[in-house]
Write a protein that binds this ligand. Structure first.
Ligand code: ATP
Ligand code: MG
Length: 433
């Protein structure tokens, strides 16, 4: 007999189901086993005096989380969750589960996140935790669908590199035979390279490594970066447009595809109508009025982002806001400066519910100006031949953005910690499992 998922059971049918014994209860002459599979669960009901003794004997020995199969008929039941139950004609143990279980994951007893992560594969048997990854998987799909539909080329670039264009502080060194190399902290150089290579529009979804020592609820040392870069832009607003349309597409897709999963989370998700765009100056004025004072050269800190998210939500009803024209002081050398103001850059952050989810910019494509800007930041472009060369053989105005998929999931589901949004987090304390 072919296997049936618990979500496909119809009364009157004979079926074969397989899964785990999530819960076993004995009540008078009745035994109930909750069989859970990927799609949900079903109650298997046995009755002493009615069910075959051989089956009852097997069930007597069963532990929680034993993996087992049941053949039987689906019958309507008012009491059973889901409205049907299974009357078994055969039960087979596929593999026993040790007792006691190393963590509780049924939601009745709260287990700390650290312990949960030690036994992540068991933790995922909780439907809420699995739902996070069903949604994440759909967000990934929505992202690739979006970029493909917009004519972006999917690329894969090296993760073993020499130092990149970002600041060197967050690099993980690795021994590369007898040389020192680094794990990639951004595909920045390669994205720009492939735009100039004639692809014009590229995107990559790949691991990003950052030696962030901080212990926050939104930083990992290895995360999944979503990066895009595009050529022949008018200005940085073209780049923001792509960010905005991507967010609309992802949220629209999740609302359509993940209705059941979203119900588990206490969130109100809506597709943004129009993401407001304000300058850093305007943002700082708004914050100052609420007592949060930031200097001209300052970045928004986490507290500032949070407050701004709240203020903008009250003002516009949107959960997102673009802040653009970041101070030159806080941006890398390759961000373009507008003609009329060398103290700022044509760059932006996208903030979702008070948390930064992406940074983007128009890049400086004129070699001489780029070289000057690099010098201002103490970088010698002559020593970065592979990067500098990109701009010497026909370059054009271009720009792009870096997001983090894990940060997306955290913000979309309003999770308390980014570690819940990634299967196996890496942070300063954790390198296993
Ligand atoms: P933050 O200010 O949050 O530390 P950042 O400005 O240092 O981030 P960027 O270089 O702008 O990071 O990276 C682009 C995006 O990648 C961020 O907006 C965020 O979504 C994600 N990201 C950056 N660092 C991390 C990290 N350590 N863990 C998870 N996601 C990250
Ligand atoms: Mg950033």
């Amino acid at each position: 007999m072919e296997r049936t998922y618990t979500s496909e059971l119809k009364s009157g049918k004979k079926v074969l189901v397989m899964g785990w014994a999530r819960n076993i209860r004995e009540l008078g002459g009745l035994i109930f086993i909750q069989l859970a599979d990927r799609e949900g669960s079903v109650q298997v009901t046995l009755k002493k005096g009615e069910t075959d003794d051989k089956i009852l004997k097997i069930v007597k020995e069963m532990n929680r989380e034993d993996c087992f199969s049941v053949e039987g008929s689906v019958v309507k039941s008012k009491q059973a969750p889901g409205g049907v139950e299974l009357k078994p004609t055969a039960i087979e143990i596929i593999s026993k589960a040790d007792t006691p279980l190393p963590i509780e994951f049924d939601g009745k007893i709260k287990t700390g996140l650290d312990k949960r992560l030690d036994y992540r594969f068991l933790d995922l048997r909780n439907p809420r935790n699995m739902a996070i990854f069903k949604i994440r998987s759909q967000m990934f799909k929505a992202t690739t669908d979006f970029f493909d539909s917009q004519g972006f080329m999917n690329i894969n670039t090296p993760k073993l590199t020499v130092a990149g264009v970002e600041s060197g502080a967050e690099l993980f060194p690795v021994m590369y035979f007898n040389k020192e190399a680094f794990l990639s902290q951004s595909p920045q150089i390669y994205k720009q390279m492939m735009v100039m290579g004639g692809f014009e529009k590229v995107y990559e979804i790949a691991p990003v490594f950052r030696a962030e020592k901080s212990h926050t609820t939104r930083h990992l040392t290895e995360f999944t970066g979503i990066d895009f870069e595009m050529g022949f832009i008018k200005d940085v607003h073209d780049v923001m447009d792509v960010n905005e349309n991507l967010m609309k597409h992802i949220i629209g897709h999740i609302l359509k595809k993940c209705d059941e999963e979203l119900k588990i989370f206490d969130i109100k998700l809506k597709v943004p109508k129009k993401i407001p765009r304000i300058t850093m100056k305007e943002a700082k004025e708004m914050l100052a009025k609420k007592g949060k004072k930031l200097g001209e050269k300052d970045d928004l800190d986490a507290e500032g982002e949070k407050l701004l998210g709240k203020l903008m939500n009250e003002k516009t009803g949107e959960d997102f806001v673009f802040v653009y024209n970041y101070p030159w002081e806080k941006r890398p050398f390759y961000h373009m400066k507008p003609e009329d103001d060398p103290s700022i850059t044509s760059s932006f952050d996208l903030i979702w519910n008070g948390v930064e989810i992406s940074t983007g910019a128009q890049r400086e494509h004129r070699y001489d100006i780029l070289k000057k800007q690099a010098k201002e930041k103490g970088v010698n472009l002559d020593e970065m031949k592979d990067y500098g060369n990109i701009f010497l053989f026909g370059s054009m105005p271009h720009g792009g953005t870096g997001f983090g998929l894990d940060r997306f999931v955290e913000c979309l589901l309003k999770l308390e910690n980014i570690r819940e949004a990634i299967l196996l987090p890496r942070d300063p304390e954790r390198l296993t499992p």
